[in-house]
Write a protein that binds this ligand. Structure first.
Ligand code: NAP
Length: 251
């Protein structure tokens, strides 16, 4: 397991009750951060908090919906009471419906854009000034390999994940002088509850073969990249989009 020192600071991880967010929360906590486990389901948040405490780490839950700007604002204040907020991982996301654009429902489109794109703006809006006033830090926005290529029937998801790359670049330009680094991470298909809920076994096998490594990724593999990017070891990396896609886009 990768180790990158992130002690003496707090970290917000959204969607931390499951999948990639859970793995990130575990790794940041075991590397010394006080983690605010931000999640829409109370039981999932509590489970991750209990797991982190059993590992000897520090964590508190903060339950709510990232599409509510006041929840995002309150999460920043809550994290800052644990230790100075210097890390945020804006990870919460949903898959959305599968349909060509002509058949995509307006409600489905708005929901994916709200959860996967607008919520990251709400998060950054409150995280950036506080992290800057704490002397600086680092943020990762969870995009996807689908932040760089399309995927038929997933237009809302693809649009949101491309948008996150642009939002990341702009945030890096605006806050770099205040010592805040902002990066985007683009995982290939990762074996998580989100993938299990949206893709049947045959589709997962088909997709595994689309990766040069011939398999889906694991949440812990993405967490290792995120932990590096938010640690002081990545002190000159900002405004970039980091694929971790098992070779999905190699051809
Ligand atoms: P996951 O297992 O479903 O975990 C995401 C967590 O976020 C879930 O607990 C989910 O709750 C929560 N969440 C959803 N909407 C929320 C909201 N409005 N407010 C607060 N929490 C909310 O998903 P994952 O696969 O780990 O994905 C995490 C992130 O990585 C997402 O942004 C996803 O797009 C991205 N990603 C995933 C993959 C992949 O292949 N898995 C690849 C590239 C990028 P619910 O269970 O209720 O939805």
């Amino acid at each position: 397991m990768a180790t990158y020192d992130v002690s003496n600071r707090s970290a917000i991880v959204t969607g931390a009750g499951s999948g990639i967010g859970r793995a990130v929360a575990h790794l940041l906590a075991t590397n010394g951060a006080s983690v605010l486990v931000t999640e829409i389901h109370d039981s999932a948040a509590q489970k991750v908090v209990d797991e982190i405490r059993q590992l000897g780490g520090t964590a508190e839950k903060f339950v709510g919906d990232v599409t509510d700007p006041s929840f995002c604002e309150n999460a920043v204040a809550a994290a800052n009471t644990l230790a100075p907020l210097r890390i945020a991982v804006n990870n919460a996301g949903i898959g959305g419906e599968a349909a060509n654009i002509g058949d995509y429902s307006l409600e489905g489109w708005r929901s994916v854009i709200e959860v996967n794109l607008n919520s990251v703006f709400y998060g950054l809006k409150y995280q950036l000034p506080v992290i800057a006033s704490n002397g600086g830090g680092a943020i990762v926005n969870m995009s996807s390999v689908l932040g760089s290529v399309g995927f038929a029937t997933s237009s809302a998801y693809v649009t949101a994940k491309h948008g996150l790359v642009g939002m990341t670049r702009n945030a890096a330009l605006e806050y770099g002088v205040q010592n805040v680094r902002i990066n985007a991470v683009g995982p290939g298909f990762i074996h998580t509850p989100l993938v299990d809920a949206n893709l049947d076994e045959a589709t997962q096998t088909f997709l595994a073969e689309k990766h040069a490594l011939g398999r889906l990724g694991e949440p812990e593999e993405v967490a290792a990249l995120v932990a590096f990017l938010v640690s002081d070891a990545a002190s000159f990396i900002s405004g970039s989009y980091h694929l971790i896609d098992g070779g999905y886009t190699a051809q």
